[in-house]
Design a protein around this ligand. Structure first.
Ligand code: LLP
Length: 421
């Protein structure tokens, strides 16, 4: 953990002393590191270019973290956006991401959202990643009303099974996502769908937090095969997101390096597409987690200890409403005390929410901690704040950013009672 380390027994994030930050801001709060965010983006985008992929376009998945300032930093690096709602579209535009770099995914796009996306430029956004025939009918009719031609990409359901949590697996027949090959080919051959729409790409996204890339390879191979079968000269192939991070130390040895992932994408496209066609469609990516997960932490305060026979609960002021992943997916996130000491206790770190699943970690080895001590939940930059809620009528937490100049900036105020109630 290069960005998290102890100095004189006090935890630092990107060189900033966390105890000092917590003196000035009320816990719980998210703290992001711009330097790490940008470095992750550059590693990803640079890796795609280094692997020789054609004119790569990296569309950051806003659902992982739509914070304005983080998006501005990514936009300045040339990032595009993968969005799934009118809210995310507006946020991406406001952060300076041009419509020509925006892909719109999701099975439930509404008419209002489609019209808004079509109106962003003469030709609308870069692409509607279409997930059903009815959706294409609606987009075509919206474009007709606006006298435009919508840019369409079909999201292929490649019928593969990635190794990940079943809630975040998306590439199989039983999942609501994507279209099966036969349905895509039938739609391509149905002229009524294309009066105001044009097929420009094909995409695939099989799931998230992928550490084993076998299914990724099979998904991209299927993408290439179906792209060739459409017989339409496609502008781009979109290989989706999904590359995981090592939340658990045991995952570190399994974690694919970005360079290896890019080499796999390049080799699969070379074998299954370039070997059979002279076309060189550009390659689009939709990463979220890999760019932002490790660039954020959640800082919480211990409220009290509670011992029930041999169960030791450490009750903290952050809850599942602030960070859902452990309660929703049983996800592991490291917990670190801000003050370093010998970890001689085994405890369950729990929040104040009235749900048994409101637990950030069971049987964790931690030092003795008392009311007011600080504890950090690691790798919470992705699917953290964005999945938070007001459950139990708790306000949304503060978001802070360590800028590249090592300045601390509030990038989203905590929600007070005036706003909440
Ligand atoms: N593209 C599409 C079409 C997606 O559905 C997703 C994520 C992504 C890209 C970005 O995937 P990433 O690179 O971040 O893995 N809340 C869950 C993750 C849900 C992911 C949903 N789709 C979690 O906390 O693990």
């Amino acid at each position: 953990m290069k960005y998290l380390s102890y100095k004189k027994k006090s935890l630092q994030f990107s060189g900033i002393d966390l105890a000092a930050v917590a003196k000035r801001h009320r816990t719980p709060f998210f703290l992001y590191c711009e330097e790490m965010l940008v470095a992750n983006y550059q590693e990803f985008a640079g890796g795609a270019s280094a692997a020789g992929l054609t004119d790569p376009l990296v569309c950051f998945a806003l659902k992982s973290n739509p914070n304005r300032e983080l998006l501005r930093a990514l936009a300045a690096q040339g990032s595009g956006a993968d969005i799934v709602s009118g809210g995310e579209l507006r946020r991406a535009l406001e952060a300076g991401i041009p419509p020509e770099k925006i892909v719109f995914s999701g099975v439930g796009k509404t008419e209002e959202e489609i019209l808004f996306a079509l109106k962003t430029t003469k030709h609308g956004i870069f692409s509607f990643n279409v997930e059903s025939i009815e959706e294409l009918e609606l987009i075509n009719s919206c474009a007709r009303r606006l006298r435009k031609t919508a840019r369409i990409c079909f999201r292929l359901n490649p019928v593969v099974k990635p190794k990940t949590h079943k809630f975040i697996s998306t590439g199989n027949k039983t999942h609501k996502f994507g279209l099966l090959e036969a349905d895509i080919l039938k739609a391509v051959a149905s002229p009524y769908l294309w009066t105001h729409a044009r097929l420009v790409g094909l995409s695939v996204h099989i799931g998230s937090q992928l550490l084993d890339l076998g299914a990724t390879r099979r998904g991209i191979a299927r993408l290439c095969e179906v792209a060739l079968k459409t017989k339409v000269p496609l502008e781009f192939l979109d290989v989706g997101g999904g590359l995981g991070v090592d939340y658990h130390p045991e995952d570190s040895s399994k974690l694919p390096a970005v360079a290896d992932y890019m080499a796999l994408v390049a080799a699969t496209i070379a074998k299954h597409f370039h070997a059979r066609s002279l076309q060189r469609p550009r390659i689009v990516f939709e990463p979220g987690r890999r760019i932002v997960a490790r660039a954020g932490i959640l800082i919480m305060k211990v409220l009290r200890n509670k011992i029930s026979e041999d169960n030791h609960f450490l009750i903290v002021d952050g809850g599942m409403n602030d960070f859902m992943r452990p309660s929703l997916y049983g996800a592991y996130h490291a917990l670190l005390p801000v003050r370093q000491a010998r970890a001689d206790r085994v405890c369950h770190v729990v929040g104040p929410i009235c749900e048994t699943s409101d637990c950030f970690g069971s049987d964790r080895h931690l030092p003795a901690m008392k009311s007011g001590d600080l504890i950090v939940l690691c790798d919470t930059g992705a699917y953290g704040f964005s999945m938070g809620s007001n459950y139990n009528l708790r306000g949304r937490p503060l978001e802070l950013l360590i800028t590249r100049q090592k300045k601390l900036r509030v990038v989203n105020q905590a929600q007070g009672y005036e706003e909440l109630l």
